[in-house]
Design a protein around this ligand. Structure first.
Ligand SMILES: Nc1ncnc2c1ncn2[C@@H]1O[C@H](COP(=O)(O)OP(=O)(O)OP(=O)(O)O)[C@@H](O)[C@H]1O
Length: 278
């Protein structure tokens, strides 16, 4: 490991504390990443030197005004986008220097995704959608039914396994998507506005589900959200502004309501009303 990985960025993530006692090694280390889009006449510095760590067992929220670089950050970690410079380590392995083949394996084995709209395959029922994640990972076929059923029951969707996505509610689809992301036990779950398309009641159920996945199943989750209520379910919120980490809030022992109030203070400072942070 070269020095670039070992050098902490002062103030931002030094001394990160995981939610539980799961581990102390960071699962994710983002080191001075930059992402530049375009060339010559039209250049956008979407990320301008972002650094932070996520410890195993953390539930981290990413907030920031529209265009601040949140999705680009998530896309760089999920390897959809390549960084222009800097390094990203997952489980100690630098994903910015991996070959295409290694990246495909990394995405399959180490990451789980939850998107704004569930991205379930319409031609597969709930069971098959969840099982697919295990088949792709070459899980032993004999183990798959039990694993799917256990995860579906844990996330409250045991009764929709035979239904197709068009027969499920928005909230059920998102929970099936969460089961699909979780069933293969990835190192890191990346969630991009997972409650963005849900009504407030379904959103609350989904957020409680993510909280449970984090607390009880030990999932490490990074969630981009524009919604302070959603962010208040996390343990820590990173605020991105103009492609850099602008601020960080840790929940500590605060209640969810207290954390929500603190998040709202930063949101107001950043962009006026909550609605402007999107
Ligand atoms: N493929 C691209 N080509 C050129 N510019 C891009 C591209 N993708 C993103 N950008 C620019 O990079 C900046 C960051 O975009 P990004 O989508 O990461 O922001 P965001 O914080 O996720 O915004 P929002 O909350 O509105 O989704 C923006 O200025 C955007 O226009």
């Amino acid at each position: 490991m070269t020095e670039v990985y070992a050098t902490p960025t002062p103030g931002v993530y030094a001394g990160a504390v995981p939610y539980g006692a799961h581990a102390s090694q960071p699962i994710l280390s983002v080191r001075q990443i930059e992402k530049v889009f375009g060339s010559r006449d039209s250049v956008t510095h979407a990320l301008a030197g972002v650094s932070f760590d996520v410890a195993a067992g953390e539930f981290v929220g990413i907030m920031g005004p529209s265009g601040s670089g949140k999705t680009t950050l998530l896309n760089c970690i999920s390897t959809i986008d390549a960084v222009t410079s800097g390094h990203i380590l997952v489980g100690g392995r630098d994903i910015t220097t991996m070959s295409k083949r290694q990246l495909a394996k990394f995405r399959r084995d180490d990451l789980g995704f939850i998107f704004q709209d569930s991205n379930l395959l319409d031609t597969l029922n709930g069971y098959e959608n969840i099982a697919l994640a295990l088949t792709i990972k070459r899980e032993s076929p004999a183990r798959i039914p039990q694993m799917v059923e256990d995860m579906a029951r844990t996330l409250g969707v045991g009764d929709v396994l035979k239904k197709y996505p068009y027969q499920m509610s928005g909230g059920q689809k998102q929970r099936v998507a969460a089961a699909r992301a979780m069933v293969s036990d990835p190192k890191l779950i990346l969630a991009d506005e997972p409650t963005g398309a849900l009504d407030s009641r379904s959103a609350a159920v989904m957020l409680e589900m993510l909280e449970m996945m984090n607390h009880q199943l030990g999932a490490t989750i990074m969630m981009v959200t524009h919604d302070a209520f959603a962010a208040s379910f996390t343990n820590r919120v990173l605020f991105i502004k103009d492609g850099s980490v602008f601020n960080e809030l840790r929940r500590g022992d605060a209640s969810r309501d207290e954390f929500f109030a603190r998040i709202m203070e930063v949101v107001s400072f950043l962009g006026g009303e909550a609605g402007h942070v999107a």
